[in-house]
Design a protein around this ligand. Structure first.
Ligand SMILES: Nc1ncnc2c1ncn2[C@@H]1O[C@H](COP(=O)(O)OP(=O)(O)OP(=O)(O)O)[C@@H](O)[C@H]1O
Ligand SMILES: [Mg+2]
Length: 248
């Protein structure tokens, strides 16, 4: 569970203050699937970086599973980053000269996991995202969608309580993007994975149960989605999509 209260982030650029976040409060429960939507420059990436403990707010409070992040020491924050949060970026951020398996093993390298277990867990994570056949491919031997799947496997490998993704489909065509959203939906449905992703596309947002609309660094409104779209099934009726979800 994550909760933030009155988060602000002010960037100083020369004489100018940029209020990237201007008092954001929200709560995301375990097992929820939520999207954050808003126009360019509204503060989405700033918010995600703070939620991912990759950046600190100017003011405001943040709790992960009831623990306040600001009160943690560096080791505790590093532990949170490594084990409680999985982060997926728009540009995949894979190491180019290592294969998919090694990229996914990376988050376990310094935590004392044996190499046998690292290989097992990384292979399993790659199988979950449908890349079991491609574990020795390097990023440049993979399509964009496949590279993003490797990035998702890397984010999942330490079994984080929350998966955060900043425009994970932003660099992909719509069909490939739908495949990525389908993976998030499967993780959510089958593993009760908490998923939060940013998008500025309303259609992509409607694949989650709740949409948090951000504008000018503020939460403008929250919208419940009673019948989230099923990725890849959008051109058919919602009933057909629901049937698929049940059969899958
Ligand atoms: N390092 C920085 N220094 C100064 N200003 C910044 C910095 N990072 C972001 N900003 C500003 O903060 C505001 C919010 O930026 P942010 O990247 O969070 O927006 P966004 O909603 O993710 O936009 P996009 O949809 O284009 O990715 C913008 O006005 C941006 O110019
Ligand atoms: Mg952004």
């Amino acid at each position: 569970m994550i909760e933030v209260k009155d988060l602000t982030k002010i960037y100083q650029v020369g004489d100018m203050e940029v209020h990237a976040l201007d008092g954001v409060s929200m709560k995301i429960d375990d097992g929820e699937m939520v999207s954050i939507m808003g126009p360019s420059g509204s503060g989405k990436s700033t918010l995600m970086a703070i939620l991912g403990c990759l950046d600190i707010p100017t003011s405001g409070r943040y709790w992960i599973d009831g623990d306040e992040v600001e009160k943690m020491n560096e080791d505790e924050q590093a532990f949170i980053r490594a084990h409680k949060i999985g982060f997926v970026f728009q540009q995949f951020n894979l190491l180019p000269r290592t294969d998919a398996l090694e990229n996914v093993m990376l988050p376990m390298i310094y935590d004392g996991t044996s190499s046998k277990e690292r290989i097992e867990r990384a292979t399993e994570a790659l199988e979950i995202v449908g890349l079991g056949e491609r574990i020795h491919h390097h990023p440049n031997q993979l399509s964009g969608g496949q590279q993003q799947r490797v990035a998702i496997a890397r984010a999942l490998v330490n079994q984080p309580s929350i998966l955060l993704a900043d425009e994970p489909t932003g660099n992909l065509d719509s069909k490939t993007g739908a495949e990525i959203i389908a993976i998030f939906q499967k993780l959510h449905r089958e593993r009760h994975q908490t998923v939060v992703y940013v998008t500025h596309d309303a259609f992509t947002a409607r694949h989650t149960e709740r949409i948090i609309h951000i504008a000018d660094g503020k939460v403008q409104r929250e919208e419940m989605v009673p019948h989230p779209l099923v990725a890849g099934a959008s051109h058919r009726s919602e009933d057909a999509a629901a049937n698929d979800a049940e059969e899958a």
